[in-house]
Design a binder for this molecule. Sequence first.
Ligand SMILES: Nc1ncnc2c1ncn2[C@@H]1O[C@H](COP(=O)(O)OP(=O)(O)OP(=O)(O)O)[C@@H](O)[C@H]1O
Length: 313
Amino acid sequence: MSPVLEARGLIKRYGRFPAVDGVDLAVEKGEVFGLLGPNGSGKTTTILLLLGLTEPTAGSIRVLGLDPLRQPLTVKRRVGYLPDQIGFYDHLTAQENLVYSARLTGLVSEEAGKRIAGALERVRLADVTHRRVATFSRGMRQRLGLAEVLVKQAEIAILDEPTSGLDPQSTQELLELIRELAAEGVTFVLSSHLLAMMQTICSRVALFRKGRIGLIGKVEDITSDILGGTHMVEVEAQNTDLVKVLAGAPHVSGVTPLKTGRWRVDADADVRADIARRIVGAGGALHSMTIRQSTLDEVYVRFFEGESHDVAA
Ligand SMILES: Nc1ncnc2c1ncn2[C@@H]1O[C@H](COP(=O)(O)OP(=O)(O)OP(=O)(O)O)[C@@H](O)[C@H]1O
């Protein structure tokens, strides 16, 4: 299957400053793909390039097989974009806003009416169809943004900070909608600094650093690569040397002594049962074990360790 979004050797310079400095990217249909990285690392510029809203200095882009610079209107019709601040007309109602944007994409009235009603129902805004958007909360505006994606039956939706400023319930509702739509084949590209949220929703992520992609892949794969495992077990035991006891144990990538009788075990699976068996089998006494899954926050911190966050400075 060919990717629905593809960038090769993408470079964007402002003067001599490279905002995007050689990005290669391929996103498949139905993926929820996350763009992560510090302020100024090139995420928004990459999005603008993908949308054909700014011209690359070098490199090529394909969006649904099209060149967004040569066929900007077709790309605009087939790709939904929700920037950080979605630009609805406050004095118009939810329905009027959707009618307006449907007209812009060339949708005729009867079909547009049907789609708009269905979309507002789907994003749970049917009750406020005729309310002015000025009265909408940020969560409602985000859902209206997704309604717009539904009305134009966009194949790709690019969302900048979709859940920032949303309360936990609104966040969950929005993420659930994204999951449902992705399962139906809509491809999402999300940009966000909310790593825990990104970990729950993204099928793959790209970590930007100074205009380049430093890491790309499934969260569990990059976690393994950077932290040496997806799971971390803290073990407290006596009469045992865990480094020796776990030598060659499957899934275990590292055993680090903490203080006397305590160790940290990095692994790519839940290895507690095996650890317990091996300690007892070697005549040791197991006191406690706690496990937790490594987070994207930890990967991020490790990856950017020692770096200034203001990469543009
Ligand atoms: N129009 C422009 N003119 C000059 N420099 C720009 C322009 N747009 C972006 N830049 C610079 O390019 C770099 C990348 O910016 P970009 O907005 O892509 O970063 P970002 O990763 O999206 O950051 P954030 O997380 O803050 O949104 C920054 O140093 C920014 O100052």
